[in-house]
Design a protein. Structure first.
Length: 367
């Protein structure tokens, strides 16, 4: 119920009932405790434009709740405090001086206190996203960049803060936030591909993130995208991680130029025109096109967003990307829209906040 209002905005009881497949009496019964809890407000009727009674609309009360979203990287914690519609109220990104579980949990608690004080809001839920395998939104099975295995992160954070916590893979959280608050709103299916040190994919179908039978859906980094080329750290020749990740691109550039080169320098005017640099970057953009084109062929999403630290490579060589996407399109299928989105780490944290919003929508009004 609340998720529908978050995703679609204010609507009448009749519209809400149609969206959820509920009868008018059922909608009234479900809305009553939400109105009592102050999570939903019924707006005054608009001026009548036709026969019948003026229509009242239901809307989320944004001041009613706030949510902490946290994105963990190997050296920094990105955090935002957001309202139920995803509007950021406060944010900060302190460094991770230590990566042991106790230190990270303590830092999350401290950040929550600071952001809550800045926004003058209590925190109703916490969402945490990180690169790794997460089970049941609570247990981090593996987070290699932090050196974690089998960490009950949600329980530890809840015990420290006294606030309900949920945890998810960062790409899936990002995809869900886009589907709930952003460009993927009302797009079904919706897909997000992220390019960074790794490569990930989030898929949203029917408003739900696809996790897979064992939580590994979207693990596309080692899919083959080139018939030859460099090998990744696991020995896979021509996989997406080896060719199109930021680490793979940097390794290829270092091999060609004999020194370390970051992406900003490679895309700049001094190096960007060199044939050996252009070859590496165009190959990466084309490999990303193979990955996205394959995804489109299987899923046919209404919209695919490509983002992450490495999206600038695709932006600079969009023609190489588009060529591969078009090559993989069935002759009878319409071209599928693909949007390249500039990347900011705070968006990952906002994605984590969306997880907490969803949990809140499932529990508010129950008591």
């Amino acid at each position: 119920m609340l998720v529908a209002l978050v995703a679609a905005g204010p609507m009448s009881r009749a519209e809400l009932g149609q969206r959820l497949g509920m009868s008018p009496p059922t909608v009234t019964r479900v809305v009553r405790p939400l109105l009592k809890a102050g999570a939903v407000a019924e707006r005054p009727p608009q001026e009548r434009t036709g026969p019948g009674r003026p229509t009242r609309t239901l809307a989320i009360v944004t001041r009613r709740a706030a949510f902490l979203g946290v994105k963990l990287t190997e050296d920094r914690l990105y955090a935002v405090l957001a309202d139920p519609l995803g509007t950021v109220l406060a944010q900060e990104s302190p460094p991770l001086m230590r990566t042991d579980v106790e230190a990270v949990v303590a830092l999350i608690g401290a950040v929550m206190g600071r952001l809550s004080g800045q926004a003058r809001r209590g925190v109703d839920g916490i969402g945490i996203s990180l690169g790794g395998a997460v089970v049941s939104h609570r247990l981090v099975k593996v987070a290699a960049f932090l050196g974690w295995r089998d960490v009950a992160l949600a329980d530890l954070v809840s015990a420290t803060t006294g606030v309900p916590c949920t945890v998810a893979n960062d790409v899936r959280a990002f995809a869900y936030a886009e589907a709930l608050f952003g460009a993927g709103r009302d797009k079904d299916p919706f897909a997000l591909v992220t390019l960074g040190a790794g490569i990930g994919c989030g898929i949203v179908v029917g408003g739900e993130v696809v996790s897979g039978a064992r939580g590994a859906a979207g693990s596309v980094g080692h899919l083959p995208v080139a018939t030859d080329g460099p090998a990744c750290e696991a020995g896979h020749v021509g996989c997406a991680r080896a060719v199109a990740s930021t680490s793979g691109i940097s390794a290829a550039l270092a091999q060609r130029l004999g020194r370390e080169v970051d992406l900003a320098e490679a895309l700049g005017p001094a190096l960007g025109a060199l044939p050996e640099v252009r070859d590496v970057l165009r190959r990466a953009a084309g490999a990303t096109g193979v990955l996205v084109g394959t995804l489109i062929a299987f899923l046919e999403p209404e919209l695919t967003i490509v983002s992450g630290e490495g999206v600038a490579v695709v932006e600079a060589h969009r023609d190489a990307f588009d060529e591969q996407v078009a090559r993989l399109r069935h002759w009878a299928a319409r071209p599928a829209p693909v949007v390249l989105r500039p990347f900011e780490f705070d968006e990952w944290a906002r994605g984590a906040a969306a997880l907490a919003v969803t949990r809140w929508t499932e529990t508010v009004g129950e008591h």
